[in-house]
Design a protein around this ligand. Structure first.
Ligand SMILES: Cc1cn([C@H]2C[C@H](O)[C@@H](COP(=O)(O)OP(=O)(O)O[C@H]3O[C@H](C)C(=O)[C@H](O)[C@H]3O)O2)c(=O)[nH]c1=O
Length: 181
């Protein structure tokens, strides 16, 4: 297992050890003892799975009051994963990092509490599989506007092609959003 730091301290990319042979390949999608060694929590409450068509953008989501850490990977297809620092006391507040996650590179990204998460589906049939450290709480859920000019995010999807939920189209600009301390 290999760990890659990102431009946002605390947000890390994990490359699992892949065992390939003439049948195909095997890798551990989750090993608690190993990820705890990298500083990830040992309490996980939910596994989630979403399927998205090409050009779908989901996010930028987070929960306030009942915050979630997320360990995200792609089971099929490819995404541009986007993580935004939403901690107003952080020197990287409002900054983002991106990482391509795919069924080819098998990369995972650890997103601690305090960050917003979104992704753009770069292919059809994107299966996003992720674990979260606390339960889903609709009342705690918040959305920052995906194309807030202040964030300067290049989603690699043309605005005219982007497919978003009504909720995500109505996200708040960062300046107006409830964020972390
Ligand atoms: C997240 C979630 C959703 N739902 C229900 C609520 C809605 O009726 C339906 C779709 O929810 P939503 O449109 O919020 O799903 P996404 O847009 O994929 O949201 C997720 O995508 C971004 C990228 C994230 O990082 C979050 O984990 C999460 O917000 O599933 C549940 O029942 N449990 C859950 O944990």
């Amino acid at each position: 297992m290999n760990v890659i730091e990102t431009s946002l301290p605390g947000v890390i990319v994990i490359e699992p050890r892949v065992f390939r042979d003439d049948r195909g390949y095997f890798f551990e999608t989750f090993n608690l003892a190993k990820i705890v060694e990298f500083g990830l929590p040992n309490q996980w409450k939910q596994d989630n799975f979403s399927v998205s068509k090409k050009n779908v953008i989901r996010g930028i989501h987070y929960q306030i009051g009942e915050p979630q850490g997320k360990l995200v990977r792609v089971a099929s297809g490819a995404v541009l994963d986007v993580i935004v620092d939403l901690r107003k006391s952080s020197p990287t507040f409002g900054k983002h990092t991106t990482v391509e996650l795919s069924a080819d590179n098998l990369r995972m990204v650890w997103i601690p509490v305090g960050f917003g998460h979104g992704f753009a589906a770069l292919t059809d049939n994107v299966g996003l599989s992720y674990k979260v450290t606390d339960y889903y709480s609709p009342k705690a859920e918040r959305t920052v506007l995906w194309n807030d000019p202040a964030l300067e995010i290049d989603w690699h999807v043309g605005p005219e092609d982007a497919i978003l939920s009504v909720k995500d189209q109505a996200g708040l600009r960062l300046a107006d959003a409830e964020v972390f301390d």
